[in-house]
Write a protein that binds this ligand. Structure first.
Ligand code: FES
Length: 109
């Protein structure tokens, strides 16, 4: 298991970016803080394949706590990654398996 984030360094934000290998490919990963813990997804929007952040690691979050793609505004529910509004409504972000242990988030192998 590879450690990807130290929770003691979590900023004042609902989502952060981490780097890690997903299926052998170096990838940008979004980690979201949810009501139940944390959820992680590839930083690739199902609409047009763009990153969701407007600057590296800077994510838009709506007043309804939806993760908003900076490219064309698709809005994703954070716990499950489903797009609830926007050009890819009904599609989902690709989940990345993580585990939280102590103060760290790890990528599951
Ligand atoms: S690439 Fe995300 S909404 Fe178009």
């Amino acid at each position: 298991m590879k450690q990807i984030f130290d929770l003691k360094e979590w900023p004042d934000a609902q989502a952060v970016e981490c780097e890690g290998d997903v299926e052998g490919i170096a990838s940008s990963i979004i980690v979201c803080k949810t009501d139940d813990g944390y959820a992680a997804y590839l930083n690739v929007c199902p609409h047009a394949g763009r990153r969701l952040d407007w600057a590296p690691g800077q994510f838009l979050v709506s007043a309804e706590k939806l993760l908003v793609c900076a490219a064309h505004g698709a809005s994703f529910e954070m716990a499950k990654g489903e797009c609830l509004a926007g050009p890819c409504r009904g599609e989902s972000l690709l989940p990345v398996p993580i585990r939280v242990e102590g103060d760290y988030i790890y990528l599951e192998e």
